[in-house]
Design a protein around this ligand. Structure first.
Ligand code: SAH
Length: 252
């Protein structure tokens, strides 16, 4: 299965400093992004790029190369252009957080791209017109231009937060913690219902409504198998204590 993060392309157009390409690769990898696309860089990645990529040399090595932006965007359903100057073109303008949420949603079932311009001159109007929306980091209006790789870092971070915030995303589960299965969740909910009875939580109210609300809370938490084991351990202890309270003579 393709992760949503792998449907997100970071496209650098006409980059002038090879070091920035390396730093951008590092910024991406720290946030779980891998798809770097270079459009006509002024200088090809070199030793300086490698040095600044540090452990992200794999992202750099796998970077795609294109001669123009249009071909780099082939197959993308959603394209956002990052611009240091606000309201330069007649495109809807989003802040990084809004952009990241929209991209994370669109990446569920299609390829999407975040496009970054040249260090000196940014993106041309023609290039911006290939984008569906503009993204502006609301920086100091008197000094709003971030270093290219710093801008990539801000956007990559917001994309990661958006992906982590989607309870159903693979990213949220993390490696090695398989999401709890339907059966495991139902086992947990069954034990939770028994425990609520045992501790007299409902006090004559309808148990169904409390269970519906509790299910909603736990479903939002996207529990993995370990979480379910821990919660069931807590419930088992609560059940044991309730039995003891109901039968003070018992020692079990
Ligand atoms: N002098 C250029 C700045 C380019 S900075 C200009 O005025 O356009 C290089 C790239 O980093 C920009 O093209 C943009 O993609 C990104 N960037 C830098 N600062 C940004 C900001 N405040 N908001 C969004 N993107 C920014």
């Amino acid at each position: 299965m393709t992760l949503a993060a792998d449907r997100i392309r970071i496209v650098l157009v006409g980059t002038q400093h090879p070091g920035n390409i390396g730093s951008a690769a590092r910024a991406m990898k720290t946030m779980g992004l891998r798809r770097l696309v270079l459009v006509a860089p002024e200088k090809a990645p070199n030793a300086e790029s490698d040095a600044l990529a540090a452990g992200a040399d794999d992202v750099l090595a796998q970077a795609e190369r294109h001669d123009d932006l249009a071909s780099a965007l082939a197959g993308c359903t959603h394209v956002m252009g990052c611009t240091a100057r606000s309201r330069r073109v007649a495109l809807p303008e989003l802040d990084p957080r809004e952009a990241a949420v929209a991209l994370a949603d669109a990446a569920i079932d299609g390829d999407v791209a975040l496009v970054f311009g040249r260090e000196r001159t940014g993106l041309t109007n023609e290039e911006l017109h290939l984008c569906h929306q503009a993204v502006h980091i609301p920086a100091n209006p008197d000094y709003s231009s971030l270093n290219l790789a710093a801008a990539v870092q801000v956007l990559a971070y917001e994309v990661r937060m958006a992906l982590l915030g989607r309870a159903d995303s693979e990213e949220a589960a993390g490696p090695g913690d398989p999401r709890a299965s339907h059966e495991q969740l139902e086992g947990f909910y069954g034990q939770l219902a028994e425990t609520l009875d045992a501790i007299d939580f409902h006090k004559g109210r309808m148990p169904d409504s409390a269970m519906r609300k509790l299910r909603r809370i736990f479903n939002r938490a996207a529990l993995d198998e370990r979480d379910v084991r821990l919660l069931r351990g807590v419930l088992a202890d609560a059940q044991r204590m309730a039995r003891l309270a109901g039968d003070p003579g018992s020692t079990s």
